[in-house]
Design a protein around this ligand. Structure first.
Ligand SMILES: Nc1ncnc2c1ncn2[C@@H]1O[C@H](COP(=O)(O)OP(=O)(O)OP(=O)(O)O)[C@@H](O)[C@H]1O
Length: 243
């Protein structure tokens, strides 16, 4: 089933065309990674997918469960964007507490998500008392709390060290599978895209120039399948591929 489709989507900021006739189809439950050079329009595409921007041409078509547009998507940005004066648990509860008073069940769900992400003993800590990786985990838990069918991630792990980044990639993969969440993930990092993606699309010249299906074997690093996936993406980006 196609979950979200961008059909011939174009977008221009004032005086600056960014996207030209983008075609993208997300299958339900897929993790789709988008790789491209800085400034090529990845964030703009995510905002169009979220309905935060409207296309100047083309359509964004929703084929997922019938929910209000703002309830369809969770968003995780590069910076965790947590509220400094709230505990980790209250940050996770924010999508609920902006609408109504959280129930005991909401709090139990927030605590369960924090525990799933290894933060059981940090629920009452404020963001300033957490490491960068822990703050990113809180941001991920916050995005997942309303159980959105679609999760949009804009380089969420870019600022993290390599070890924490790999841990969070595994956590994201596990959580997306457990919840059946469809994911659109923007990254500069080719290895991250190949590790996480069921599909990887390369963005260049305002459109998706290449799209690949990644075999499940590529989810183990240091396998030929992983190496081949990275080489394919490098080539599509016009980067040197070692022999
Ligand atoms: N509000 C805006 N007004 C005008 N131009 C903008 C605006 N937002 C982004 N742009 C321009 O649109 C282009 C695409 O920006 P976008 O943020 O989508 O790129 P990106 O691929 O996500 O970049 P990065 O990888 O560096 O985050 C860039 O050239 C940027 O300068």
């Amino acid at each position: 089933m196609t979950f979200l489709r961008l059909a011939g989507v174009s977008f221009a900021h004032p005086g600056r065309p960014v996207l030209e006739g983008v075609e993208l189809a997300l299958a339900a439950g897929d993790i789709h990674c988008l790789v491209g050079r800085s400034g090529c329009g990845k964030t703009t595409l995510l905002k169009l997918a979220a309905g935060l921007l409207a296309p100047t041409r083309g359509q964004v078509l929703w084929g997922g469960p019938a929910t209000a547009a703002h309830e369809r998507t969770g968003f995780v940005f590069q910076a965790p964007t947590l509220l400094d004066w709230l505990s980790a648990r209250d940050n996770v509860l924010l999508p609920v507490s902006l609408k109504r008073r959280p129930t005991a069940q909401d709090m139990a769900r927030a605590d369960a998500l924090l525990a799933r992400l290894g933060l059981a003993d940090r629920a009452m800590h404020r963001p300033g008392q957490l490491s960068g990786g822990q703050q990113s985990r809180v941001a991920l838990a916050r995005a997942l709390l309303p159980q959105p069918p679609l999760l949009l991630l804009d380089e969420p792990f870019a600022a993290l060290d390599a070890i924490t980044r790999e841990e969070l990639q595994r956590d994201l993969l596990g959580l997306a599978r457990e919840h059946g969440t469809t994911v659109l993930f923007v990254t500069h990092d080719i290895a991250e895209a190949v590790f996480l993606g069921d599909r990887v699309s390369v963005m260049a010249g305002g459109r998706l120039s290449h799209s690949f299906t990644v075999p499940p074997a590529a989810r183990t690093r240091d396998t030929p399948a992983f190496g081949a996936g990275c080489a394919q993406v490098r080539e599509a980006l016009g980067l040197e591929v070692s022999a």
